[in-house]
Design a protein around this ligand. Sequence first.
Ligand SMILES: Nc1ncnc2c1ncn2[C@@H]1O[C@H](COP(=O)(O)OP(=O)(O)OP(=O)(O)O)[C@@H](O)[C@H]1O
Ligand SMILES: [Mg+2]
Length: 333
Amino acid sequence: MRFRSGVAIDLGTVNTLVYVAGRGIAVEEPSAIGVNRATGEVEVVGQAADALTGKEPANIEVVHPLRDGVIADLDAAVAMLQAFFRMARLRRGLRRPAAVICLPGEATWVERRSLIAAAEALKPHCSVRLVDEPVAAAAGAGFDLAAGSGAFIVDVGGGTTETAVLAGGHVVRARSLRLGGNAMDEAIMHSVRTQLGLLLGRNAVRSLKMTVGLGYGTVTEAETVGVDAATRVPRVEHVPASLVASAIEPVVKAIIGYVQELLSDIPPNLAEDVVRGKIRLAGGGALLPGLADRIEAAAGIPAVVVDDPLRCVIRGAAKILEHGDQLPRFESF
Ligand SMILES: Nc1ncnc2c1ncn2[C@@H]1O[C@H](COP(=O)(O)OP(=O)(O)OP(=O)(O)O)[C@@H](O)[C@H]1O
Ligand SMILES: [Mg+2]
């Protein structure tokens, strides 16, 4: 196998992964930095920064530079990526390495420019190739992009859900829904507060989401700890599975609606490939208990979660980095 000098980056709303050609995934961290309020210096990055979220440390402001799949704070995104490059031990002396960077299929021109601006500010200077996330997800799910066969991908991330039909490395139809795991978290947080009078932190909410999901399993309730909204005293609560499931239902309905919309618009020549290739679910949200079954029931064709869905996009981006010459051309800068 021929390795190009370069990196592939999955800059996600919740998690960022950096793959270094010839070495593999070198960074897999939450997309967060902690900035010293007095000096403006980056004090902590990734997991260490994310762990401080919502804990209100006096001297550090925690920033999540992405929102809904795109950069919301350019300076913070550059600082975070630069810190990740350091973690990946990328040599600064490298001569213009290739950087394959994934972004939502329906990102606007401004959002694309902002990603390029972030990449151009990095050292070493990279030669950037933007790749639509569904294309990378399809490659990561094992579809042979060079063969021109059809694929149906649903990537449920933290900030966005990408649904796409592809023929080889080309997007045929795509819809990007700016809702994902974070919206599910907010919905659960809101329902527990209004129905049980309990304020939950982010980790408690995520744990409810991951254990209960759509509530089809054997779990009928899940224990959690929060702060009583009235007395402000911590308390333990048993949250009914039905409360969690109905809180996330509107987000799940929106995802299913996008899948159905896309399915009803498939070119007849791709129909067989899509049915035989199954709907492939990628992204962390694909792990939501019950989601694949719901999508399968609504779509009427099999839906399966890809192996290691949180790494699906970076696996595909890595393939594009290493075998890019054999694949359709992507936007280069
Ligand atoms: N077992 C699980 N069940 C439900 N949700 C999960 C599970 N594991 C992770 N998640 C959710 O997946 C999301 C993170 O997924 P991922 O890393 O694919 O997103 P991202 O790439 O950072 O976001 P985006 O692609 O939208 O920019 C989070 O919302 C997280 O809570
Ligand atoms: Mg993602």
